[in-house]
Design a protein around this ligand. Structure first.
Ligand code: CAA
Length: 387
């Protein structure tokens, strides 16, 4: 496995790092405190080509590879995980899915504005009764002539409160379970679409999350993404890609916590020495550094496999994406917890970003599939490999 970065990948990492440190890091605490969507910086990320990184230029994207995407995600999330969430959902859950499964007309109509960052995309699979058991959806789409009528309620939709377009999964033939589902492109300006209140959250508070309601929402059959019956598989395929983005987000949060801890260990004094001279602190730093490095290798490995898959290698990266997300998200929780311990009372205070890193890290073990679901996927894929 060759993890040496190309000049292009280094450039993207540099661009994302510069923008994130100059424009995102300074505003992160105030947007977190207000729980406000950072529209201005998100629009600027679009201008930099970071809202549709892997989408070809002809469809409004930057035409880069998955490694560029994870490097940008890591840098953005290091400055602020809320921005990371918004960027990840736009890039992988919306743009990647539509690029892979959409028609040319759908791509021209929806992908171009979202990949170029002029409009915002969301992905809606979860319902109040179906989170991990995603196939158990109740939202119904009924075909009459060439129009579907959609009724139902979706929950935990990242960017739901601000999205212009949503990739929605609904049940067309409930008796067929997974095989009776389909995906649809939703225009949030159309009648029958309503948003619930913005969810108050523990972390990633500047990313907006809400329920979505469909009350006789009518959509032309030409807006169905993929075939009837393919909805669940499309949802899962998109999540395979999305999980690499969340893994990179977790890595960025962990790296931010680690760098702050190293700096503080060299500055803070106790018992007449820098605290970094004490073995208790050194061992925490050593464990953080080792686990972060291991997480990075898993994230880069998954990114390289996805690129090979996109280039026609046909490589399956379901297990690699799940491993990267599982491990990186648990490292983010570990590293942010250590960072609070190293900073003591200051780590617990809102004067420093450490407590925000700790809160933000927690969601990475839940969304786009909990750690328990990632373990299930890894086990299933592993057992298949050894069948
Ligand atoms: N790629 C392609 N197809 C897949 C697949 C994948 N990764 N995973 C499963 N499938 C296919 C299977 O091959 C199977 O196809 P056949 O019927 O042809 O055999 C079909 O899908 C059903 O698969 P399973 O029997 O494995 O389905 P299951 O009900 O046991 O569920 C699961 C499997 C892995 C638990 C899945 O339900 C899952 O991933 N759950 C978690 C859902 C999730 O991550 N939700 C988060 C949503 S997004 C979010 O967090 C909010 C946000 O806005 C960020």
């Amino acid at each position: 496995m060759n993890f040496e970065l190309t000049e292009e990948q280094k450039q993207i990492r540099g661009l994302a790092r510069e923008f994130a440190q100059k424009e995102i890091a300074p505003i992160a605490a105030e947007y977190d405190a207000r729980g406000e969507f950072p529209r201005e910086t998100i629009m600027k990320l679009g201008e930099l080509g970071l809202m549709g990184i892997e989408i070809p230029v002809e469809y409004g994207g930057a035409g880069l590879d998955t490694m560029c995407y994870v490097l940008a995600m890591e840098e953005i999330s290091k400055a602020d995980a809320s921005h990371g969430t918004i960027v990840s959902v736009n890039n992988s859950l919306f743009c990647h899915g539509l690029y892979k499964f959409g028609t040319k007309e759908q791509k021209e109509k929806y992908l171009v504005p979202v990949a170029s960052g002029k409009k915002i995309g969301a992905y809606s699979l979860t319902e109040p009764q179906s989170g991990s058991d995603a196939g158990n959806m109740l939202t119904r789409a009924v075909l009459n002539g060439d129009t579907y009528t959609i009724n139902g309620r979706k929950s935990w939709v990242t960017s739901g409160p601000v999205a212009d377009f949503v990739v929605l999964f609904a049940m067309v033939k409930p008796e067929l379970k997974h095989k009776g589902t389909a995906a649809f492109m939703i225009d949030t300006t159309q009648p029958g679409f309503e948003r619930g209140k913005v969810e108050p959250k523990l972390g990633i508070r500047a990313s907006a999350t809400c329920e979505l309601f469909f009350d006789n929402y009518r959509v032309a059959a030409s807006e169905r993404v993929g075939q009837e019956g393919d909805g669940f598989k499309i949802a899962m395929t998109i999540l395979d890609a999305g999980r690499i983005g969340i893994a990179a987000q977790a890595l960025g949060i962990a790296q931010a916590a680690f760098e702050a801890s190293v700096k503080y260990s060299k500055e803070r004094e106790a018992f007449g020495s820098k605290i970094g001279d004490f073995q208790a602190i050194q061992w925490m730093l050593a464990d953080m550094a080792t686990r972060i490095e291991a997480a990075r290798l898993l994230v880069y490995n998954a990114a390289l496999k996805k690129t090979r898959s996109a280039n026609g290698g046909g490589e399956n990266f379901t297990r690699d994406a799940a491993m990267a997300k599982l491990y990186a998200s648990e490292v983010a929780s570990f590293a942010t917890d250590c960072a609070i311990q190293i900073h003591g009372g200051m780590g617990y205070s809102k004067e420093l970003p450490i407590e925000r890193y700790y809160r933000d890290a927690r969601i990475t073990r839940i969304y786009e599939g909990t750690s328990e679901i990632q373990r299930t996927i890894i086990a299933r894929e592993t057992l298949k490999q050894y069948a």
